[in-house]
Design a protein around this ligand. Sequence first.
Ligand SMILES: [Zn+2]
Length: 187
Amino acid sequence: MTTLKVIEWPAKVLETKSTDVTEFNAEFQQFVQDMHETMDHAGGIGLAANQVGVAKRVLTIYIPWSGSRYSEQEEKKEHWHDVRYTFVNPVITKREGRIRWQEGCLSFPEIYEFVDRAAEVWVTAQNEKGETFDVHATGLFAVCLQHEIDHIDGIVFINRMSRLKSSLVKKKVAKRHRVLAGAEDVE
Ligand SMILES: [Zn+2]
């Protein structure tokens, strides 16, 4: 297994609409395993393939049951906690309600902002072997699925924020890059 490099915004691949996966061969299954390892290693609960530079419609999700570790909004253990999911070519077939969650993103280190999304989504997808399955997602699972499906559509979470909030985030990212560049100069 290999840990892949997580790409940070701004990078063109994060704003690229990904293409369908058509080959479910050993090489693809290895890539999916690497994505899971990369997600775990980075401490994320979801990862889209274009975040590791591959513009294909695949995403991984693993939300450990942890009480309040990820959010104080989590109240009880749901069927989707502690389940390792691979979604290939996912399609949202139905959405219901509204939910506001404070989201983070591995491509935006240290940024946590509230985003509005559908409270429940129904998704049809394939697994890493190409077998079709359906899920009904609620709570953090619904938020995470919509965040990751946005990624493979080339949409990052600042596109879901108000113009004011997204410009504040862009400023924070630019400042972080200046600080990182400055730190390198000192060495
Ligand atoms: Zn993200």
